[in-house]
Design a protein around this ligand. Structure first.
Ligand code: NAD
Ligand code: DAU
Length: 350
């Protein structure tokens, strides 16, 4: 049986990856390691937490000694590393947290893998989940490919770029089996409502202003989160050591057009008059250093590993809205911070 460590499994994308691996690979033991920061919520995994091949470890990747002890005790066969500080606006307010978790935390994991996997690097895999933001910003034309030069602009993207470089350095220097993927903006269920789509859904539902930065002209390439989890699955199982893959939705939207579409969907779902939700759109001060446009060319992933996005955006957005409207309790717990106590009640007493 393979034992896989997934870091950040209580977060948005991590919970979808954990679920996919638990269900599709019952022969794997999946260990979810997460510090349960404000973004980590074990209720995201409520439907799978009792599966026999699942285990949760509350641990902080910034604690080098603890991470080393865990690697010594567990003998993992592979790591899929998602744990990170993930929100650009928070990185502008407090860059240090991003250096500590995203850079030092990643290096702590690499060091532990380097030490405890010595002699068997060819049998082990370190998979780092990264972002398209490392490539910087595009103008009106072009797409990011795997050979686009790194040019990060925000403290968040600078920290992710740095962690990517460390992962490559451990492959090149020590011969460890490392793989990286760089993905565009995800959307779907369990997305923390500080990010554009879930924030807008929550605000529209509660008749609160929907903040659109600047003129809403910035473009993002949106991907259904379960398609990202499937891409991670095929890359984890199919990539050669040292490879990088870009993952994207071929689905570019200007923020303002996306929000207008979302308002239409919300009007319909909430039985509001057409145009009612759009009245909540409020243009606010732009994000500092706001990247104009991201677009991913995922031809390599399509050609080599046969992956393409499965879901049309309109369908995915409607499904996302349905999920948030049906999961009011999740949303309320997350916005009130109550979810932190889920861990106490579910895990401490075991
Ligand atoms: P998220 O913020 O929803 O979840 C992050 C998880 O990491 C949380 O469960 C949190 O508790 C955990 N974590 C944070 N600091 C930790 C620490 N020091 N030790 C252990 N656990 C810690 O993030 P997400 O949106 O699910 O992103 C997951 C990964 O995917 C990140 O590495 C991010 O850079 C990358 N990514 C995200 C997107 C996106 O659109 N959200 C796109 C491309 C890549
Ligand atoms: O591209 C991948 C990245 O996508 C990931 O690496 C990050 O972890 C993830 O958070 C996301 O980053 P963005 O900054 O693109 O996502 P966010 O949802 O914060 O913003 C999307 C766009 O919407 C961006 O252009 C900023 C804008 N925005 C955001 C918020 C929160 C607004 O106009 N209003 C808002 O209130």
């Amino acid at each position: 049986m393979k034992k896989i460590l997934i870091t950040g499994g209580a977060g948005f994308i991590g919970s979808h990856v954990v679920r996919r691996f638990l269900i599709n690979y019952p022969q794997y033991e999946v260990v979810n390691l997460d510090a349960l920061t404000y973004a980590g919520n074990l209720a995201n995994l409520k439907d799978v937490e009792n599966l026999p091949n699942y285990r949760f470890l509350k641990a902080d990747i910034t604690d080098a000694k603890l991470i080393s002890q865990i690697f010594q005790a567990e003998n993992f066969d592979a790591v899929i590393h998602l744990a990170a500080e993930s929100h650009v606006d928070r990185s502008i307010a407090d860059p240090n947290a991003f250096v500590i978790t995203n850079v030092l935390g990643t290096v702590n994991l690499l060091n532990a893998a380097r030490e405890y996997w010595k002699g068997s690097y060819h049998e082990k895999r370190f998979y780092h989940v990264s972002t398209d933001e490392v490539y910087g910003a595009l103008g009106d034309e072009g797409m990011f490919t795997e050979t686009t030069a790194y040019d990060p602009h925000s403290p968040y993207s600078a920290s992710k770029a740095s962690s990517d470089h460390f992962v490559r350095a451990y492959h090149d220097t020590y011969g460890m089996d490392c793989v990286i993927s760089n993905c565009s903006n995800n959307y779907g269920s369990h997305h923390f409502p500080e990010k554009l789509i879930p924030l807008a859904i929550n605000n529209i539902k509660n008749n609160k202003p929907v903040p659109v930065y600047g003129k809403g002209e910035n473009v993002r390439d949106w991907l259904w989160v379960e398609d990202h989890a499937r891409a991670i699955d095929v890359i984890f199982h199919g990539a050669k050591s040292g490879e990088t893959y870009n993952i994207g939705g071929h689905n570019e939207w200007k923020n303002i057009d996306l929000i207008r579409l979302l308002c239409e969907v919300m009007d319909e779902k909430l039985n509001r008059e057409k145009g009612e939700s759009a009245k909540l759109i409020t243009f606010v001060t732009d994000r500092a250093g706001h990247d104009l446009r991201y677009a991913i060319d995922s031809t390599k992933l399509q050609n080599e590993l046969n992956w393409v996005p499965s879901l049309q955006f309109e369908e995915g957005l409607a499904k996302t809205v349905d999920w948030y409207l049906a999961n009011e309790e999740w949303l309320m717990n997350v916005t009130s911070g109550n979810y932190q106590s889920y861990y106490e009640t579910q895990y401490r007493e075991r």
